[in-house]
Design a protein around this ligand. Structure first.
Ligand code: G4P
Length: 528
């Protein structure tokens, strides 16, 4: 395998996720982006909210009923000379853990903002997550076919609230029913908007030069307004700066309407021109460069029963270095075991195909028969482990109980599998036969009961339980750990991966335990 081939493939790739508040237009943009990638003949089948074409599983049925997206799907498509990998992030607040881990697998993010509403709560949270890795951000101000807020105000708000400088790349001309088009500041050209071309690639008139008299003829009074706006922007707004962008400190801003399929191509152009190619990754041994000759990757997501026909679990792996080829041998580092992988899959808008080869930045799906966990590293022999893919201590707890007590085994199996997937966390107190489910958001509880019923055929119900929090515990001194386990027995539990945890009925209890056992470390997150 020559290094230069890997370098070539790496330079083509852009792996990104969309971050936005629900309803800002993430699904619509995904559809249009795929339209450009010719991945879909006609945009409109991603979520299938209305079309009902994508009845993948009952779980996804539920997702549709609620109009939320709880899954992370991956789509690859070509655009210009690039190969773009788009990772869908769960939109609902309750699934922040999954979202967090998905954002560890991308190199840049597209932030979508509803231009009538501005910065919304969920966007603020997601931006906090991207900050942890200083991920470069591109911004799309969506819905300019509606009455939107003043563009300068919108950018001010982004700068104030999200603490990232804005550099406008395009600028709206008119809005709502009076939307005329956008001015591309860097290219010095006006791209005219055609209403009603949302389902196709816009065939737009382009007028070169802001002082071109053609503009006055085409735009009427808006031509002068645009020139005035640009004078203002020239004086007041930031200019695009590649280094600041790469440092996550400045975002290029585009205006458009995803529904009208207008402006989406400008963002894609920006993504191909500026967004980082697959970046290096930190491991416990060394920094892994994408063009390293040997293969490596990590699992950031596991999803069960994506397709009722297959009834399997898929582990989503981000390729970090080297090349995957069908049939290759990989080292499953945690188990220190060699495995032959011949049936990895790639994803296209919900469909999957066998992967022949994959390069850094690509996401491949491995069939998981219970041996793969979130955070697992695979290599071509080296015993290194990628870091930075955590579990978070849940904030809500319930005891889960069967309606039919004979199915205890299925319940355990289902819960353990769902916890491996990261859908929920499960704790087994040592002093009783209870099963405690812990979640970061309340909706997770509903999803789990629903999935237990449809996928594992067990009817379970919840009961309240007085647990305030859980901590993963560690102690360097085995003797002290044993003593702690004995004394704190009533509060000791094992999680889904058999890791030792301390279950605290109150925060005060936790604090007292921490004071009492100073040699024991109580962790709020657990690295997989
Ligand atoms: P999400 O995935 O971020 O939650 O948002 P989604 O794309 O589902 O969009 C939310 C709503 O906003 C949808 O309307 C969608 O049609 C609309 N929308 C998206 N982009 C634009 C845009 O550029 N302009 C306008 N005017 N609307 C836009 P809905 O009525 O909730 O759903 P639907 O019944 O139309 O599917």
């Amino acid at each position: 395998m020559s290094n230069s081939l890997i370098e070539q493939e790496v330079s083509k790739r852009r792996t990104f996720a969309i971050i936005s508040h629900p309803d800002a237009g993430k699904t619509t943009i995904t559809e249009k982006v795929l339209l450009f990638g010719n991945a879909l003949q006609k945009a409109g089948t991603v979520k299938g909210k209305k079309s009902g074409q994508h009845a993948k599983s009952d779980w996804m049925e539920m997702e549709k009923e609620r109009g939320i997206s709880v899954t992370t799907s991956v789509m690859q498509f070509p655009y210009r000379d690039s190969l773009v990998n788009l990772l869908d992030t769960p939109g609902h607040e309750d699934f922040s853990e999954d979202t967090y881990r998905t954002l560890t697998a991308v190199d840049s993010c597209l932030m979508v903002i509803d231009s009538a509403k501005g910065v919304e709560a969920r966007t603020v949270k997601l931006m906090e997550v991207t900050r942890l890795r200083d991920t470069p951000i591109i911004t799309f101000m969506n819905k300019i076919d509606r009455d939107i807020r003043d563009p300068i105000d919108l950018m001010d708000e982004v700068e104030d609230v999200l603490k990232i400088a804005c550099a406008p790349i395009t600028w709206p001309i008119g809005m709502g029913k009076e939307l005329k088009g956008v001015y591309h500041i860097l290219r010095d050209e006006v791209i005219m908007y055609n209403v009603g071309q949302g389902h196709m690639i816009q065939d737009s008139r382009v007028i070169k030069g802001i002082n071109n008299p053609e503009l006055d003829e085409a735009l009427g009074d808006y031509a002068q307004e645009l020139r005035d706006d640009m004078e203002l922007v020239e004086g007041a707004a930031n200019k695009f700066d590649y280094d600041l962008f790469m440092a996550g400190e400045l975002t290029p801003v585009y205006f458009g309407t995803a529904l009208g399929n207008f402006g989406v191509d400008h963002v894609l152009d920006g993504l191909c021109d500026w967004a980082p190619t697959p970046q290096s990754r930190v491991s416990d041994l060394r920094t892994v460069e994408p063009h390293d000759e040997t293969f490596s990757g990590f699992v950031f997501k596991i999803q069960a029963n994506m397709d009722p026909k297959h009834r399997d679990r898929i582990a989503f792996m981000r390729v970090c270095s080297g090349k995957y080829s069908k049939g290759m041998k990989m080292k499953h580092v945690r188990l220190n075991k060699d495995v032959s992988i011949s049936d990895a899959v790639t994803f296209m808008a919900g469909d999957r195909t066998q992967t022949e080869e994959a390069y850094p930045g690509d996401i491949i799906g491995l069939h998981n028969h219970g041996t793969i966990q979130i955070g697992d590293t695979f290599t071509q022999g080296e015993l290194l482990k990628f870091t930075g893919i955590p579990n978070f201590a849940p904030e809500m707890f319930r005891r889960i109980r069967l309606k039919d007590p004979l199915k205890q085994k299925q319940l355990q199996k289902g819960l353990i599998q769902l916890s491996e997937e990261g859908a929920v966390q499960v704790f087994r107190p040592q002093r009783s036969n209870d099963l405690i489910v812990g979640a970061v958001g309340v909706l997770q509880f509903d999803v789990v009961v629903h999935r237990l019923r449809t996928e594992y055929k067990v009817d379970a119900i919840y009961e309240g339980i007085s647990v305030a929090t859980a901590r993963w515990v560690e102690c360097a001194d085995p003797r002290k750990l044993e003593e702690f386990k004995k004394k704190a027995w009533d509060n000791i539990a094992l999680d889904g991966g058999d890791n030792l945890t301390y279950i605290a009925p109150t925060m005060v209890n936790l604090r007292l335990a921490q004071e009492r056992y100073p040699d024991v470390v109580f962790r709020e997150t657990r690295e997989h």
